[in-house]
Design a protein. Structure first.
Ligand code: CTP
Ligand code: CA
Length: 234
C-alpha cells in the first residue's frame, strides 16, 4: 500500500544528494580517503527518482560497482566531486535550485594543509613523516545556514553508541551544531555500515524528536528518510 501511496510524492521536486567518500590529495599520486561505498547516497537518489523527483547525485569516490550502477540508473544526472572543497562548491551551487538537499557523503574532516606538487620521496622525510592536516569546511552546516525558504536540508551522522538513548543524545548535539532539518542517525555497530547492503537509522528533526526509523536494506532506509522529508515540504 505505502509504495503506491507515496509513488509520486516528490513529483516536481528537485532533490540533490551527495554520496561516497571524499579524497584529499597529499601529492599527485596519494590521498587521504575513507571507506564510504556510496551505496546509501545512491539508494536515496534512486528512491527520490522513483518517487517522481528530478535528482542530481553529487558523487565523491564511489565503489566501482556503485559508480556503474549510478551511471546506469541516473546517467547524466551524476556530477563528480573529488575533494571536500569541490563537493562544497558543487553542493552550494546546485542547492540554489533544490527543494531537498541530502548530505550522505562521507566528507573528510581534515585534509593535508599543503599539497606537494611533486611526489613525496622517502628521502626527504627521514624515518618518520609528519603530516599537517587542516579542517575542511562543514558543508552541511553551510547548506543549512544558507537554505532557501521551504528547502529541506538533511544530514547523516554515523555514531557509535551503546544504546538508543545515547545515540539520540549524540544526534541532538550534532543537530545543534549543524542546523539541518533532519538528521539520519546511523546506528554504527548494530549492523554493518560501510560497504554493506543493509543499514539502520533513526531520523530526528530539528528539536531532536525521532520522526522516522528504519532497519534493513539501504533502499528501505532511503524511503524511510524521504517519508520524513515529504511532510516538511511546502
Ligand atoms: N559533513 C559535511 N562536511 C564536513 C563533515 C561532515 O557536510 N566537513 C556532513 C556529512 O555529510 C554528514 C554530517 O555532516 O551529513 C555529519 O557528518 P559526521 O562525520 O557524522 O559529523 P561531523 O560534524 O564531521 O562530526 P564528527 O565526525 O566529529 O563526529
Ligand atoms: Ca566527520
Amino acid at each position: 500500500s505505502t509504495v503506491d501511496a507515496r509513488a509520486q510524492d516528490l513529483s516536481g521536486r528537485h532533490v540533490i544528494v551527495s554520496a561516497g567518500g571524499t579524497r584529499e590529495p597529499l601529492d599527485p599520486v596519494r590521498f587521504i580517503g575513507n571507506r564510504s561505498s556510496g551505496k546509501q547516497g545512491l539508494a536515496i537518489a534512486r528512491a527520490a527518482a522513483a518517487r517522481g523527483a528530478r535528482v542530481t547525485l553529487v558523487a565523491a569516490h564511489l565503489d566501482a560497482e556503485v559508480g556503474a550502477e549510478a551511471s546506469a540508473s541516473l546517467g547524466g544526472d551524476v556530477v563528480r566531486a573529488e575533494t571536500a572543497e569541490e563537493l562544497a562548491a558543487e553542493m552550494r551551487e546546485r542547492a540554489l535550485s533544490a527543494d531537498v538537499v541530502v548530505m550522505a557523503a562521507a566528507v573528510a574532516d581534515y585534509r593535508p594543509a599543503t599539497v606537494s606538487e611533486a611526489k613525496i620521496k622517502k628521502d626527504d622525510s627521514g624515518d618518520a613523516l609528519t603530516l599537517v592536516l587542516e579542517r575542511t569546511p562543514d558543508i552541511l552546516a553551510g547548506l543549512a545556514a544558507g537554505r532557501s525558504d521551504g528547502q529541506v536540508v538533511v544530514g547523516f551522522a554515523a555514531e557509535t553508541a551503546p544504546d538508543r538513548e545515547a545515540l539520540l543524545e549524540l544526534g541532538r548535539t550534532k543537530m545543534a551544531r549543524k542546523g539541518a532539518d533532519l538528521l539520519a542517525l546511523n546506528v554504527v555497530g548494530w549492523t554493518a555500515g560501510f560497504g554493506s547492503d543493509d543499514n539502520a537509522v533513526v531520523v530526528i528533526d530539528r528539536s531532536g524528536t525521532p520522526v522516522g526509523e528504519a532497519a534493513g536494506t539501504k533502499e528501505a532506509v532511503a524511503h524511510a528518510l524521504l517519508d520524513a522529508v515529504v511532510p516538511l515540504l511546502p
